[in-house]
Design a protein around this ligand. Structure first.
Ligand code: GDP
Ligand code: MG
Length: 491
């Protein structure tokens, strides 16, 4: 997401950075470009205009024009204002005492309510809160069934020991549209079931239409009045652009909203909804949906998203995700082996698996500062990582602990290639690159802290070409690592 916007903003600021001192006119000029970039990203026009006016005013007021590094200071002001525009973020789900806490999900048809219900249930389950998920979308029996399947999957697969259960009355769908209050009656019985079953949370999935409609709004108001939810969350389809904003505003006018969950964040390259929805509705964005699976829910942190938009990466989110996934003791063990220069392919495989648990590789790399813009060129994708994993899995224990065996014997290379459905050439490349990495870590084991830092920096600089098992953009890069390595040895 935001790729285009990031690129455009980068261009706008680069124009500034070429100059020593800048004038107020320069600031306005840059903000004009920023404004165009925002409109292209599908930001609401009023929001974009107001944003640019405010940034220009603040920047001039703060004396950016007198600064020695005006471009950097401008980026600072824009960052602060982006945070203000999207925040404050407080990705909390309320917890009422006594329970059950009632959370109502509403939104247009196809916005992602049902999927999000599963995500929120998984999120709560992981945090030890039991959830009853109620199907109050009675437009079609299939909608009830869809939620049931989603909930069953969360129940059996999501992390955490707390209970997750489904409440639904598919037979009632026949009455829907003929009698009033069917959804309200089901919601009330769901509430009773949540109380009787002593669930911490009752999560209610509701009906949506393609457009905001009076009948539907009345139904939602009825459900709200009878359940008195502690939190009403609007699910907004990030990909729907301006339409999503119009709908969000219409919902907000009828139902007081406590927060927004912005879905399809993964599939929206422009990000306009994220930048406008807070100003348009006044409700904070609590979470983003970043995929179709129940684990793809992320708390919304405006500072980090603003950083990502400005190409500063999102290291904090990555570290947090890593902390959830990484086994501390194992990481420590591998770090020690690496420090001693004893890294094996088994360690490598373990680390590779950890990285992959963080998400699709492009997404993980996109969170690193500076990498975002280079992404297009990196010859890494999940399919290739599958091949690397396959190759390591086809090696014997001996080969994994001493990769030179593979490199030395053609018969081994052939066997591994056959076993993993790859080519002998690929296996050879993996072995060579891994061997080289091993030598570098061995070399590093004998260096002081500064030497290690420099060596790591060199390695990182060659990450695109030096990742074991992946094709390089040109063999010259591999060559350059080798020659550097030789040079270091000579020194
Ligand atoms: P509802 O009509 O509001 O209940 O919407 P659904 O939950 O049925 O979702 C509609 C479609 O959007 C489905 O195909 C979902 O898989 C998809 N979807 C929902 N959330 C996300 C998301 O965060 N990312 C992506 N890529 N797809 C999503
Ligand atoms: Mg649905």
């Amino acid at each position: 997401m935001f790729e285009r916007l990031t690129e455009r903003l980068g261009d706008a600021f680069r124009n500034l950075s070429g100059r020593g001192r800048i004038s107020e006119d320069n600031v306005r000029e840059v903000m004009g470009e920023v404004g165009t970039a925002l409109l292209e990203a599908d930001v609401h026009h009023e929001v974009a205009r107001q944003f640019c006016d405010e940034v220009a005013r603040d920047a001039i007021g703060l004396g950016v024009t007198r600064s020695l590094t005006p471009a950097q200071e401008m980026v600072g002001v824009v960052h602060r204002k982006l945070v203000e525009l999207m925040g404050p973020g407080d990705p909390q789900l309320v917890q009422a005492s006594p329970g059950p806490t009632v959370v109502l999900l509403c939104g247009l048809q196809g916005s992602g309510k049902t999927t999000t219900a599963g995500k929120v249930a998984a999120w709560l389950k992981q945090r030890g809160r039991s959830v009853l998920v109620a199907a109050c979308d009675l437009q079609r029996p299939a909608a009830v069934e869809q939620l049931k399947l989603v909930v069953e999957q969360v129940e059996s697969e999501a992390k955490g020991g707390a209970r997750v259960a489904f409440y639904g009355e598919p037979d009632r769908c026949a009455e829907y549209g003929k009698a009033v209050g069917v959804a309200v009656a089901v919601a009330q019985r769901a509430m009773k079931a949540a109380r009787d079953g002593r669930f911490d949370t009752l999560l209610v999935d509701t009906a949506g239409r393609l457009h905001v409609e009076d009948a539907l709004m009345r139904e939602l108001e009825g459900v709200r009045q009878s359940l008195q939810p502690h939190q009403v969350l609007l699910v907004v389809d990030g990909m729907a652009g301006q339409d999503a904003l119009v709908a969000a505003k219409a919902f907000h006018d009828r139902l007081p909203l406590d927060g927004i969950i912005l879905t399809k964040f993964d599939a929206d390259p422009r990000g306009g909804a994220a930048l406008s929805v807070r100003r348009v509705t006044g409700a904070p964005i609590l979470f983003t949906g970043t995929g179709e699976k129940f684990a793809d829910l992320e708390p919304f942190h405006p500072e980090r998203v603003a950083g990502r938009i400005l190409g500063m990466g999102d290291v904090v989110s990555l570290v947090e995700k890593a902390q959830e996934e990484v086994d501390e003791a194992e990481a420590q063990r591998v770090a020690e082996r690496m420090a001693k220069g004893q890294l094996t392919l088994d360690d490598f495989l373990g680390q590779l698996k950890t990285i992959r648990r963080l998400g699709p590789i492009k997404k993980v790399l996109g969170m690193l500062p500076g990498v975002g813009g280079m992404m297009k060129d990196l010859p890494i994708d999940d399919g290739q990582l599958d091949r690397v994993e396959g190759m390591v899995r086809s090696m014997t224990a001996d080969e994994r602990s001493d990769v030179r065996l593979v490199d030395q014997q053609k018969s081994r290379t052939r066997r591994i290639a056959q076993g993993s459905g790859t080519t002998a050439q690929e296996v050879g490349r993996l072995a060579k690159q891994f061997e080289m990495m091993q030598k570098m870590t061995q070399q590093m084991a004998g260096m002081g802290a500064m030497g290690k830092f420099k060596a790591m920096r060199d390695m990182a600089g060659n990450a695109a070409g030096g990742f074991p098992g992946l094709p390089t953009r040109g063999s010259t890069q591999t060559q350059s690592i080798k020659s550097r390595f030789k040079q270091r040895k000579k020194r």
